[in-house]
Design a protein around this ligand. Structure first.
Ligand SMILES: C[S@@+](CC[C@H](N)C(=O)[O-])C[C@H]1O[C@@H](n2cnc3c(N)ncnc32)[C@H](O)[C@@H]1O
Length: 299
């Protein structure tokens, strides 16, 4: 296994390495995503797209390094609203194919429309729960598989990694991406921002999210995927970028925080105030977050 610490920092990110907007029980029941605790569909799309855009240039470089090529068949597992699916569809081109899998009908609906608007005709959407086995046909098997911000939501990520192995041909590759939010930091911490970050982590953990999965991802692949490299990559978010993401997060999660009694209305008002004032922070204020990219091969 090769571990690489990338020496440059760029882009923006933060607690937003995972979307922390929570679904209502009604949404989960009607959506085909009973074990997913975040919002799905149009309301989920903005933050996912923002995260995708922030890591895009690194992602393109890593995909190239991992051998993604035109003409390949690729699986996007836990495709969400399709941000990565669309990139993959473009990279493999009309001679290639993308299978985009998710258990949420609402996520798939958003992804389907976006793919159509892009004019891609090389994508097949698959509604399936990753915790169940999938009878994949031989001609559907991929040369490549990607999965981003998905394993951290699963109770048994190792079992999912084994199932994903079936989705690719012998010699096929995977690129897995998961965060380690336990190491997120602020350049100039203030108590209000710290308590907001803690609340985001706490409410997510309570819902069963594994926020530090990224750091264990390489080890988790052992015996399933032959790990070729692990990229450890920090992202920074300046005050304006942080404000945009945090505002979305707080609006999305305040009800959950209140109903689960993890925050008082007074605290929430204080966080809104802190976020409103983020844009007045002096230069040099930033939040940072860590993302792991694991490249594996099916031997
Ligand atoms: C945070 S989103 C990430 C979406 C996309 N990979 C991206 O990076 O933009 C996680 C996705 O995993 C999907 N997901 C979670 N658990 C799943 C399961 N058991 N089976 C299939 N999809 C699942 C969710 O529906 C959601 O769309």
């Amino acid at each position: 296994m090769r571990m690489m610490g990338w020496t440059f920092l760029k882009g923006v990110f933060l607690v937003g390495l995972v979307s922390t907007s929570f679904a209502s029980d009604e949404q989960e029941a009607s959506d085909g995503a009973p074990t997913y605790h975040m919002r799905t569909g149009a309301r989920a799309h903005g933050p996912l797209q923002q995260q995708h855009d922030m890591i895009l240039s690194d992602l393109e470089a890593i995909l190239r390094e991992c051998g993604l090529k035109e003409g390949m068949t690729v699986w996007d597992v836990g495709c969400g609203t399709g941000t990565l699916t669309r990139l993959l569809a473009e990279k493999v081109g009309p001679t290639g194919h993308v299978y985009a899998l998710d258990f949420s009908a609402a996520q798939l609906d958003v992804a389907r429309v976006a793919v159509q608007e892009d004019g891609h005709t090389n994508v097949t959407f698959v509604q399936h729960d990753l915790t169940q086995s999938f009878a994949i046909k031989e001609d559907q098997k991929g040369d490549f598989l990607v999965s981003r911000f998905v394993l951290m939501h699963l109770e048994d990520p190792k079992a999912a990694l084994s199932r994903m192995r079936d989705y690719v041909k012998k010699g096929g590759a995977c690129l897995l991406m998961e965060p380690d939010n336990s190491r997120n930091s602020l350049a100039r911490p203030c108590e209000e921002a710290q308590s907001f970050r803690r609340a985001l982590l706490e409410v997510g953990e309570k819902a069963g999210l594994d926020y530090s999965l990224g750091a264990r991802l390489g080890r988790l692949c052992e015996g399933v995927w032959q790990v070729k490299s692990v990229h450890e990559k920090w992202y920074q978010n300046d005050a304006a970028g942080t404000q945009k993401l945090w505002r979305a997060r707080l609006e999305e999660m305040e009800e959950k925080l209140l109903t689960s009694r993890m925050a008082t209305q007074e605290q929430i008002d204080g966080w809104h105030h802190m976020i409103d004032n983020l844009s007045s922070k002096e230069e040099g204020w930033y939040s940072s977050a860590l993302l792991y990219y694991v490249h594996g091969v099916k031997e």
